[in-house]
Design a protein around this ligand. Sequence first.
Ligand SMILES: [Fe+2]
Ligand SMILES: [Fe+2]
Length: 153
Amino acid sequence: MADILQEIKKEHDEAREVLHQIHTARTKELDYLKELYALLTGHHRAEEAVAFPKVASYDEKGKELIADLRKEHTEAEDKMLELIRTMQKGAPLDLEMLQEIEGDVLHHMTEEEEDLFKKARQAFSKKELEEALPPFEDEEEKAKEKAEKQVGL
Ligand SMILES: [Fe+2]
Ligand SMILES: [Fe+2]
């Protein structure tokens, strides 16, 4: 049975694919950026609601890790939104900013696949990881829809 760690990994791979598309798109960068924003914002809210609380309350290291990951969510969303807003006003894609966001997001996902997954396997039982999947998907869908409206998708 699928669990939230498999779902998180799957969504990370989708984000990696959209990042790749932004680079190769040439003409539809803004659309892909909006897609990335909505995908990651939905993903972040689901992680924060379903995966993070149990890891944060597991031990001191878990608490520090989650504080760090939450901060990185906010920073990535702020940067993506700023880039989208600037482009909506007619500016070309700021490649330097895109590289920065890409670096941040890739680093964050690796950190989760290594440190968060390890802690989550301690904090959750195998059954709990599976049972958390439906609420994770619900939360993700709701927040993604909201983010899509926010950027006009
Ligand atoms: Fe995350
Ligand atoms: Fe993630």
